[in-house]
Design a protein around this ligand. Structure first.
Ligand code: LLP
Length: 490
């Protein structure tokens, strides 16, 4: 499985550290995934069958060891002798208080893109100066919230936002650090819904018609903001990392133009997130080490080419921090066979806990968590299952839509009602994009590490679903209150 070992030169505080990085596929399931003596998949030393007994399904499982490894890989590999760096976790991938606390304890900064994410991150105890506030339509209240709590940097998306920040910061007697979000006109090869760098994008200031230059000029003229640098994010789930070389070329080229035009050298460059991850055994994303090497080479080359002086580079990974650290455990219910046409496995969740297959045609891999006996280490995702995988199934959810699909056409051994199905790589953009469609309570999130498991987010109850509902008319009574005691249906 391993193609080979390459030595990556990561540089730490001027000292050369030889970092071994696997050339070849990254993990698909969490790195602690094994098959135990009972033939069950275990993650973080916790048997999935026991997790089901303790916490029920559907269940999001987060492997702390994998999250820590990803954070440390970023921090180790993005250390350069000639450029400073900062790793900012993109909280939108999975924004819960314990996750924010984990990335904080690993030494990352964090970004938010709404008041709600900002609230969660502040609640987690994150230092405000390590928070980067994004968003293409921040409301007045959200901007004020950020300024009230002194977030470190606003990533300014448009002229109105710039004016509002300047105005409120002025009232407070603050000088607020900002970066400008630039749309560099670069299309990443990824699903069109998650491309963000193209000229027609809704985000940021484009080079087209000199708008980005006007934004720089306006920011420099605003009394109550300090323009520290530029930001760009071109998309997500990117496999062809060479596109970052084009991005750095475009951005440093613009920094050169700003210097020529405004006489100011902008020294901080944020190139967003976007590194792809492994969802299927055949996926071959770049490693974090390869990504860092490319960014470093490109910075060296392009700062010379455009005669600019970049002091610090910022990276904003979301998916590549949490994606493979997470997996979702379901219980198989109805198994429907349409002879010669299709075999369906219906699981007890679906598009409410993972909208990605429906929204982006995202592909996933699945395993039978309680019947996998052949090999002991399956983090690479190639679990050989005890019985031959000779049946083609489509795994669907329990929602009232034909499009409610998790995996189309996967080969598995015969599946029966009650089997536990583990879907890999669901750590990013699944819980954070989950919904209560069909009044399905949100699933619990459980963390695992060193043989221990504990709740990160509790499963919603039926009561939670109606907690914000009010009466038909003010003062009327809720008829159903007398019909049953809802406490017994948790
Ligand atoms: N920075 C900015 C400004 C972003 O908008 C994003 C993601 C990131 C960083 C992190 O990108 P990542 O490293 O996670 O690729 N819901 C979609 C993904 C949307 C990404 C939005 N922005 C999905 O499920 O694939």
């Amino acid at each position: 499985m391993l193609i080979g070992i390459i030595i990556l030169e990561c540089l730490s505080a001027g000292v050369r550290i030889k970092l071994k990085s696997r050339k070849g596929p990254e993990m698909l399931l969490p790195i602690t995934s094994t098959i135990n003596q009972d033939g069950n998949i275990s993650i973080g030393g916790c048997d999935c069958v026991r997790l089901k007994t303790s916490y029920q399904t559907p269940l999001y499982i987060v492997d702390i060891t994998t999250v820590k490894k990803q954070c440390r890989d970023y921090l180790d590999c993005f250390v350069f002798p000639d450029f400073g760096s900062e790793i900012i976790y993109a909280s939108k991938a999975f924004c819960t208080i314990p996750m924010c606390q984990l990335v904080r304890s690993e030494g990352l900064s964090i970004d938010v893109s709404t008041g709600g994410e900002l609230y969660t991150v502040l609640k987690s105890g994150f230092e405000p100066e390590k928070i980067y506030f994004h968003g293409n339509n921040k409301s007045y209240e959200e901007i004020k919230f950020g300024l009230d709590y002194r977030v470190g940097t606003f990533i300014v998306d448009n002229f109105e936002e710039l004016e509002t920040i300047d105005e409120i910061a002025g009232q407070k007697g603050l000088k607020q650090n900002i970066m400008l979000r630039i749309t560099p006109g670069i299309k990443a090869h990824t699903h069109k819904y998650i491309q963000t760098g193209a000229q027609e994008s809704k985000f940021g200031f484009g080079f087209h018609s000199g708008i980005a230059m006007q934004a720089v000029k306006k920011a420099l003229e605003s009394d109550n903001v300090i323009l520290t640098g530029l930001h760009a994010h071109i998309g997500s789930q990117i496999f062809n990392i060479e596109v970052y070389d084009r991005l750095i070329d475009a951005m440093t080229g613009f920094v050169g133009q700003v210097n020529a035009n405004q006489g100011v050298m902008l020294k901080h460059l944020n190139i967003g997130g976007g590194l792809g991850i492994r969802y299927l055994p055949d996926d071959r994303p770049a490693t974090i080490g390869e990504f860092a090497e490319l960014v470093h080479d490109s910075l060296r080359k392009n700062t010379k080419k455009h005669k600019v002086d970049i002091e610090k580079i910022y990276i904003e990974p979301g998916r590549s921090i949490i994606g493979n650290a997470g997996a979702t455990l379901y219980e198989a219910g109805t198994v429907k066979q349409i002879p010669g046409i299709k075999n369906y496995i219906s699981v007890d969740g679906g598009m409410s806990d993972n909208i990605r297959p429906v929204l982006y045609q995202a592909k996933y891999n699945a395993y039978i968590a309680g019947r996998a006996t052949n090999i002991d280490k399956i983090a690479g995702g190639d679990a050989e299952i005890g019985a031959p995988a000779e049946n083609k199934y489509t795994i669907v959810g329990k929602h009232c839509e034909s499009g409610d699909l998790i995996i189309e056409d996967i080969m598995l051994p015969g599946v029966k009602k009650g089997d536990l199905i583990l879907v890999g790589a669901t750590g990013a953009y699944c819980y954070s994009m989950s919904s209560n469609y069909n009044s399905q309570p949100r699933s619990a999130v459980v963390a695992v590490e060193d043989g221990k498991s504990w709740i990160w987010v509790e499963r919603q109850s039926y009561e939670d679903l109606v907690a914000k509902d009010r009466r038909l008319y003010e003062g009327g009574s809720v008829e159903s209150e007398s019909l049953f005691s809802h406490h017994q249906y948790k």
